[in-house]
Design a protein around this ligand. Structure first.
Ligand SMILES: Cc1cc2nc3c(=O)[nH]c(=O)nc-3n(C[C@H](O)[C@H](O)[C@H](O)COP(=O)(O)OP(=O)(O)OC[C@H]3O[C@@H](n4cnc5c(N)ncnc54)[C@H](O)[C@@H]3O)c2cc1C
Length: 267
């Protein structure tokens, strides 16, 4: 580690003002990625703007057509919330599968989306459910938000305030996880929305992506058998020490079918 300033923001405006007063600051949410990156000197901010006491960022609201979760809501809170379990069990299930107990109790929804890790779970839910990322200055559709590996549409000082998830008819997430980190080697979120089916894949590419041919087949018939034999061309997929691109293509097919089965059986 090296020297940096620490600022504790009290509200959104204060957070943004503090951020804009430094040359290379970062917002600090759960610190689960940021602090490790700093220890390894992959990130060297001159200031951390702590969001832990910013009013409103931990709010959770269930509405008739979906739910709005504050950016600082932790994975553990989402996993344990009775309201989320009743209205959108696919979100609590996903949260339960993130990392370990400590990561779930410190890591946040907003931090995960802002980070846009290619293996993170929340980007798959946000993209498949057509979530809206609400910031201090605008609303960004998930389809426009994720722009590449660790890249989002956020401007430097832009603060994620909340995430709005529309209600799905049926949905589920299935991941094949790395046994050490529990990040997704491949994760597939399938959602049957009012106007179509969405299939979003994490872990397999530089950034979360949708699989149009699976979506079209599932719009005809929402059954695991509808996507039998369909898998993305593996030449485009990640190929690393954890899994070959060919294996990842296979896992996309397996996880998608598992997610469809879970969505059907839960409904
Ligand atoms: C051992 C381990 C295992 C993990 N396993 C998984 C897993 O299985 N699945 C998974 O999805 N994730 C996993 N994670 C990641 C973890 O779940 C967190 O989601 C992730 O670290 C980011 O959230 P955070 O709150 O810790 O953000 P931080 O580390 O505090 O911040 C991350 C980045 O987001 C920015 N940021 C944070 N909040 C905001 C905001 N509101 N607005 C704008 N920018 C913001 C920060 O400036 C920083 O650049 C794992 C992490 C660890 C350490």
């Amino acid at each position: 580690m090296y020297a940096f300033e620490y600022e504790r923001a009290t509200d959104q405006k204060h957070a943004v003002e503090k951020f804009e007063s430094y040359d290379a600051p970062r917002y600090l949410a759960g610190g689960q990625t940021l602090l490790a990156s700093m220890k390894m000197r992959l990130a060297q901010p001159d200031a951390l703007i702590d969001l832990g006491r910013v009013a409103g960022l931990k709010d959770m609201r269930v509405e008739s057509d979906g739910m709005t979760l504050g950016a600082m809501v932790t994975h553990a809170t989402i996993a344990q919330s009775q309201e989320v379990q009743q209205s959108a069990p696919w979100l609590s299930d996903l949260a339960k599968g993130i990392g370990d107990r400590m990561v779930r109790h410190r890591g946040t929804l907003g931090g995960s989306l802002a980070n846009s890790d290619p293996s993170a779970d929340w980007p798959a839910a946000a993209l498949a459910l057509e979530a809206t990322i609400v910031t201090d200055r605008r609303e960004i559709a998930a389809t426009d938000f994720f722009q590449g590996m660790f890249m989002t549409a956020l401007e430097p000082s832009e603060l994620i305030v909340a995430v709005r998830f529309p209600q799905a008819r049926r949905a589920a997430y299935a991941k094949f996880r790395n046994p050490a980190s529990r990040y997704a080697v491949v994760g597939v979120f399938v959602a049957e929305l009012q106007h179509g089916v969405r299939v979003a894949v994490t872990g397999a590419g530089p950034c979360v992506f949708r699989v149009a041919e699976m979506e079209q087949a599932l719009a005809q018939s929402f059954q695991p058998s509808s996507i039998e034999g369909l898998r993305p061309l593996y030449g485009d997929l990640n190929n690393d020490m954890h899994a070959s691109s060919e294996y990842r293509a296979h896992l996309i097919s397996v996880c998608a079918r598992r997610a469809i089965s879970s969505a059907i059986h839960r409904a």
